[in-house]
Design a protein around this ligand. Sequence first.
Ligand code: SF4
Length: 248
Amino acid sequence: MAKNRYRQIEQIEAKENTGSYGAWRRGFCGQYRELLIQSRHNSYKALVKTLTSKGERITCRKGCTYCCFHYVAVPLAHGMVIVDYLHNKKESLKQFIHNYEKWHHKGYDISNIIDHTRIQAFSSSMPIHDIIAVTRPLSMRYLETNIPCPFLVNNSCLIYAVRPFPCSGQYSVSPPDWCSPATTEHAVIHQLVPDDGDLLQILQLADPQLMLYEVTLPIMIYKLLTEGASSIIASLYFENRTNPRPNG
Ligand code: SF4
């Protein structure tokens, strides 16, 4: 079973590297990854500067994994970058596939409900605070499943360098245990705010279709590994009846 799955992933990887689409995909993933790292670096430096001026410091530490039990969504553009990274780290890819099957058992159904609710809410132009009010109880239900992210192995993230924005965009300044769902304390969390210039570069690189299609991280990655991005992109552009090739 696992052998067949890896063979299928290898076939999709070969397809994703073929011809002008393959060249475009590789170039896109390389540029997006660089911008991602640059944007994180700049916004992290800015956050540390602000916190230091207020006498606060970040308390997040390696091995602290409370965040990795939360619902995390990722846009198609970022999912493609993660898959590109995994294709160059086959051991991590295998660990993800192994963990995904366990995750699927407890996490798939609730994630699917959250994804559909979010898609409906965004497409109806619901105000952002109403979207949060609708999705927050569902995210709490996800947290109650107590299922770790399939990328979490030995308390470390397999894709740390290219982890999604929700994973890298929040920092605690309160005691780490305050992030535990078991505590009644309220963690004090600060968000990273991307530099306007960095954000603009990312938005200029990635076509809006690649940023707006967003689903649960494990579902997105598994789908990209087993079906490829080209078929998802084609269906998005077909539905919207626009140019089938994003950014050239
Ligand atoms: S991608 Fe990494 S940092 Fe994000 S939830 Fe998964 S294991 Fe944690």
